[in-house]
Design a protein around this ligand. Structure first.
Ligand code: NI
Length: 180
């Protein structure tokens, strides 16, 4: 298990829809372990594979000791129309939280790392976390879900954030220098 660098806002991988997992192999189990370790190290309540640069439909969550785990190829169902308002943040948008409206209750169907079917039912924070992480798998970030005014404030704060210059990986200089 290895703590992986977390990609930040501006990295194209965060805007790329992730692929379904088809191989439930050792590599997948390593990915789940890396996600869990990176999430707990951060620390955060959830982490999706694209956030560590892997375009697969996998996320881990840790909302509470009794509400933690991972989910692969999740499909969301909403049992009712109830909504919740509350602060939300993201390890890929570090240090910033904004009020974000979400559904209050969610049922997520998916698989575990061995390919067995799994259902996770969430309310309150767990419901928010699951919706946030599934969004990541679709290339959606929570700032996309904010009302217009809050989103404008969020975009200004992101532009001014101390990590904003980490956001464009294409300007990285090779440590080996350019070949002559
Ligand atoms: Ni996030």
């Amino acid at each position: 298990m290895t703590v992986q660098p977390i990609r930040v806002f501006g990295d194209p991988v965060l805007r790329t829809p992730a692929d379904e997992v088809v191989d439930f192999d050792k590599e997948l189990r390593t990915l789940v372990a890396d996600l869990a370790e990176t999430m707990l190290d951060a620390p955060g309540q959830g982490l999706a594979a694209p956030q560590i640069g892997v375009g697969l439909r996998v996320f881990t969550y840790h909302v509470h000791e009794s509400m933690s785990g991972h989910l692969i190829n999740p499909v969301l169902h909403f049992p009712d129309d109830e909504e919740q308002d509350g602060p939300e943040g993201c390890l890929s948008i570090p240090g910033l939280t904004f009020d974000c409206r979400r559904r209050a209750n969610v049922v997520a169907h998916g698989q575990n790392m061995f390919g067995d079917p799994v259902t996770v039912e969430g309310t309150a924070m767990l419901a928010r976390c699951i919706q946030h992480e599934v969004d990541h798998l679709d290339g959606v970030l929570f700032v996309d879900r904010l009302d217009d005014e809050t989103r404008k404030a969020a975009m200004r704060a992101i532009r001014d954030a101390p990590w904003a210059d980490r956001a464009n990986p294409t300007i990285k200089v090779s440590p080996h220098g350019s070949p002559k």
